[in-house]
Design a binder for this molecule. Structure first.
Ligand SMILES: [Zn+2]
Length: 305
């Protein structure tokens, strides 16, 4: 699927009366058109969500987008991937504003993933910003004052253990948890498929008017999109189980057989997504393996799977 994108990098795009979007100039196979930086609020205090990659030109555009009376009160980072978080520190210095996030790149890691890390799970860490440290950690349910409606923090682990989404009224800023044009990378041990699905179902419990993802255009049919993402993952899971019933295999072999026609540049990400499914299915006792799950592990369906 091609990334929906109707804006140019460096141009301030007013999405609503109090939400501005600025696309960073960092397009790639993984980031689509690039990272969206959002400015919430108007006229006085504003909050910046996902300042983006460390690119001085992008930071300059964010600052230039502010009216003289506007002051940045917080810089919220959805997760510690460099394409979202790397500009946080330089922007914080220039705007004299604190950086808020759930935690660092390893925060929020599930017990399942912590066990695999302790066991030496190889890989993962794509784009992780290991040096990232927020000035203040924000927990699930925290509310920050902004434009009279407040900004609510939703802890949504899955793409990363410390991933947060931001609710601004009935607008969902979904970071990398949900996008309009692609499914998110879930790369263990940063990514956790079980947690991802639980977060997705949790987002589906609320009514959203609009979803503003970290990459790509706004999504109007939020419920439909979240359901489609959940269906997509469940279909992948069924494919993984069906393939393994034919022949036990590891993540790489499965990815090659399941992701037909996937561009070569995206195959490593596909392998990580498959590994995330395998780990989740093993955790749910639908698959078995003889050692700790990892990229080279051969998985076999259990009687339940
Ligand atoms: Zn990310």
């Amino acid at each position: 699927m091609k990334a929906g994108n109707t804006v140019q990098a460096g141009v301030v795009d007013w999405i609503t009366d109090d939400i501005r979007r600025i696309l960073a100039p960092n397009p790639s196979p993984m980031t689509g058109p690039g990272t969206n930086t959002y400015i919430l609020g108007r006229g006085t205090d504003v909050i910046v969500v996902d300042p983006g990659p460390e690119d001085p030109s992008h930071i300059a555009v964010i600052l230039a987008a502010l009216a003289p009376a506007e002051r940045v009160t917080a810089i919220v980072v959805t997760h510690a991937h460099k394409d979202h978080s790397a500009a946080a520190r330089p922007l914080a210095a220039l705007a004299s504003a604190p950086v808020l996030a759930f935690g660092d790149a390893a925060s929020g890691r599930s017990p399942v993933m912590a066990r695999l890390v302790a066991g030496g799970l190889a890989g993962g860490g794509e784009g992780a910003h290991h040096a990232f440290r927020p000035d203040r950690c924000v927990a699930d349910g925290a509310v920050l004052p902004c434009a009279g409606k407040g900004l609510r923090i939703l802890h949504t682990p899955g793409h990363m253990g410390g991933h947060i989404c931001v609710a601004f009224g009935d607008v969902l800023l979904s970071g990398d948890h949900a996008m309009g044009w692609a499914s998110s990378l879930i790369s263990p041990p940063d990514g956790d498929m079980g947690a991802y699905m639980a977060s997705l179902y949790r987002l589906m419990e609320e009514r959203w008017r609009l979803m503003l993802p970290g990459h790509g255009d706004p999504v109007c049919d939020v419920a439909g999109r979240l359901q489609a993402l959940a269906d997509h993952r469940r279909a992948r899971e069924a494919e993984v189980l069906a393939a393994l019933r034919t022949r036990p295999a590891n993540a790489a072999t499965l990815a090659r057989s399941i992701y037909h026609g996937t561009p070569a540049a995206l195959l490593p990400a596909a392998q990580r997504n498959v590994l995330a499914h395998l780990i989740d299915l093993e955790h749910r006792n639908l698959l078995a393996c003889t050692d700790l799950p990892g990229p080279d592990t051969i998985f076999t369906p259990t009687d339940a799977g």
